[in-house]
Write a protein that binds this ligand. Structure first.
Ligand code: ATP
Ligand code: MG
Length: 208
């Protein structure tokens, strides 16, 4: 048997990945709250617990053969160096533009300031509409930016809209729907083809 390594996105994607891994007999056999590398119940498959934004990097460089990562992270990273064979349908949300309920709306004259954790996606989105915006990179709590005048708009993930509403913000545009994807290292897909293909087939059968 061929040994495989899967990089998992720590946090909410990991939580939603665990039931799927369990169905495949790949649940962690170790303390995932403390360990960064754990064996799975199938000793041929080991798991890496990494920050979501780092998953594409681990897989691209072959430190992991496969990864589970949000489409938002893939779009921001640029997924061209990876295969993305499966939509797992988990950690579902959308990437949206939001503004203060009673705040200034885009008037096409003044250059708008947009706060986001996703500068590349944001730049592409507004450029495609012919709008030049000033992007303010933040690492979290984007909802705060319009409230304190740091930005006119935010680009952030929305699931229920509860956090936006609680902060007096409204969604004005959806950029895309987001779910978590299985990604595969391109060289591993060749070198470990049989093992990866059979794992992907087993996963596909569970997510249908
Ligand atoms: P880090 O802690 O390393 O900064 P993070 O805060 O982005 O990472 P999480 O919030 O646990 O980590 O996971 C974020 C991922 O979960 C997103 O990339 C997205 O794909 C997915 N996700 C699904 N629903 C939501 C939501 N409502 N809000 C944020 N992320 C969501
Ligand atoms: Mg976090």
């Amino acid at each position: 048997m061929t040994a495989l390594t899967i990089a998992l996105s720590k946090g909410r994607i990991l939580e939603e990945s665990l039931p799927l891994l369990a169905q495949l007999g790949l649940e962690p056999a170790g303390d995932i709250d403390r360990l960064l590398r754990v064996p799975s119940r199938d000793r041929q498959v080991s798991l890496l617990i990494v920050r979501p934004a780092d998953v594409p990097t681990y897989v691209e460089h072959g430190a992991a053969d496969l990864g589970i990562v949000g489409k938002d992270v893939l779009m921001e990273h640029g997924g061209a160096a990876l295969y993305e064979p499966l939509d797992l349908g988990i950690a579902r949300c959308r990437l949206s533009v939001a503004a203060k309920k009673d705040g200034p709306r885009p008037d096409g004259v003044r250059r708008l300031r947009v706060a986001t954790k996703y500068p590349a996606i944001t730049r592409r989105h507004f450029a495609a509409k012919g709008e030049q915006v000033e992007i303010i990179k933040l690492y979290g709590s984007m909802e705060l930016a319009p409230l304190v005048g740091l930005a006119d708009l935010i680009v952030d993930l929305v699931a229920t809209g509860g956090t936006l509403k609680a902060n007096g913000l409204v969604e004005i545009e959806t950029i895309c729907e987001v779910t978590s994807r299985m990604v595969v290292n391109k060289a591993a897909m060749k070198m470990k083809h049989a093992a990866i293909r059979s794992l992907l087939d087993r996963i596909a059968a569970k997510v249908k």
